[in-house]
Design a binder for this molecule. Structure first.
Ligand code: PRP
Ligand code: URA
Length: 207
């Protein structure tokens, strides 16, 4: 299952973040802003519990989040999305998975893993701006499932049909939420039109 967040406020920001003239400061701000909107949708079905709150006038029956949330940014570029989701769910805990795509094979290489233990019934949210071939996302889901994760949700900024197809065939139980589903991958397995190398644009590095 995947869902495109086609809201005008998200699409407006996406137009700016894609622009090659957008520098790393603005790119970072936009990653955070877009993430907040996409995560808002991705978390719409998490478990809540009813609570009674005393207003100055009477009791009000309210709802509070009743799910142990663990956010997992994929290093490096996923770090640019962390602030955005934590503004939405500030009590979430955070785990990290270090992965990079081998430049030649395009296969994911795992180099770091530090995950909190999660309560039964919790939800893990993987954040990574680019879901290209889908190899990195599948590898991250594999790591989380091996660590005992239950429900997993993926939030990205830009993806494409090839990547979605891989994730959906390998992990049909994991929904993907994205701000854009682009046309295709190029010969270097970059998303086209995409936004380029997200890690480099976020952190001001180059290959
Ligand atoms: C990028 C991106 C994803 C991965 C997507 O990371 O942030 O993790 O590529 O590609 P895939 O879907 O084909 O696996 P990259 O390997 O460039 O590492 P970085 O974040 O450290 O720059
Ligand atoms: N990684 C990126 O940063 N961009 C792409 O288009 C594909 C992988």
């Amino acid at each position: 299952m995947h869902e495109l967040i086609d809201h005008p406020c998200v699409q407006h920001k996406l137009a700016i973040i894609r622009d090659e003239e957008t520098g790393h400061k603005r790119f970072r701000e936009l990653s955070k802003e877009i993430t907040k909107f996409v995560c808002y949708e991705a978390l719409k079905n998490i478990k809540v519990k009813k609570v009674t709150v005393k207003t100055p006038l009477a009791d009000a029956i309210c709802k509070k989040i009743d799910t142990d949330l663990v956010v997992v940014p994929i290093l490096r570029a996923g770090v640019g999305m962390l602030e955005g989701i934590l503004e939405l769910v500030p009590t979430a805990r955070v785990g990290f998975i270090g992965l990079y795509r081998d430049e030649d094979t395009k296969e994911p290489v795992t180099y770091y893993q530090r995950l909190p233990t999660q309560a039964d019934g919790g939800t893990c949210i993987i954040i990574d701006p680019m879901l290209a071939t889908g190899g990195s996302t599948v590898a991250a889901i594999d790591v989380l499932k091996a660590a005992g994760a239950g429900k997993i949700v993926v939030v990205c900024i830009v993806t494409c049909p090839e990547g979605l197809a891989l994730v959906e065939s390998e992990h049909p139980d994991v929904p993907v939420y994205a701000a854009a589903i682009d046309d295709r991958l190029d010969d270097r397995k970059y998303i086209v039109p995409g936004l380029g190398d997200a890690g480099d644009r976020l952190f001001g590095t180059s290959h």
